[in-house]
Design a protein around this ligand. Sequence first.
Ligand code: PRP
Ligand code: GUN
Length: 189
Amino acid sequence: MSQISNKEIEQTLRNSECLISSIEVAAAYERLAAQLNLHYAGLNPIVMVVMNGGLIPAGQLLTHLTFYHRMHYIHASRYRDNEGTNELSWKFKPDVDITGEHVLLVDDIFDEGITLKAIVEELKKENPKSVDCCVLLNKVHDRKVDDFKVDFVGLDVDDRYVYGCGMDFHGYLRHLPGIYAIKEDKIPE
Ligand SMILES: O=P(O)(O)OC[C@H]1O[C@H](OP(=O)(O)OP(=O)(O)O)[C@H](O)[C@@H]1O
Ligand SMILES: Nc1nc2[nH]cnc2c(=O)[nH]1
């Protein structure tokens, strides 16, 4: 992803609104961690971070976990092919043997679900004991993939392009501790 200028980034921030504050996000991490701590107590799972977006939610969540776990990462990204269909491009598959293991995927957002559904299908080929998905955000709309649900959700978010908490704006602003979107009247035509 190519560089954009600091001026353009500042303009983006001025044209944006905060949809979910850092305080609400922090509370969501604590709620999620409490659910995960109940579910995984004694299960000794592998926590698999879905890069890049899962990096920040996982980093925040992991410090609240009370069960013993190992951490790995996986990197798959959506792209639109020449026919306009969504394909998943695999950038890194971990070489850990997950046969018979509990696996928890951590990502930033469950939007259409293409990414997590494809990752879960791929991982299940290796016969793990379980594969569950934890996301900070669920984007609310009716375009979800069929026959797939995530297991742990922090917060619902409106059907807008959002950034912050791991999610990028042209590769930037993943580090923001709240959730932002460009104001409706500032979105370029
Ligand atoms: O539910 P979906 O419609 O599949 O969209 C969600 C996925 O899209 C984003 O990843 P992206 O491919 O943009 O890569 P990134 O993590 O590097 O930002 C996000 O991190 C999720 O993994
Ligand atoms: N940054 C970002 N990435 C996404 N991937 C899927 N949905 C979104 C979104 O709303 N924002």
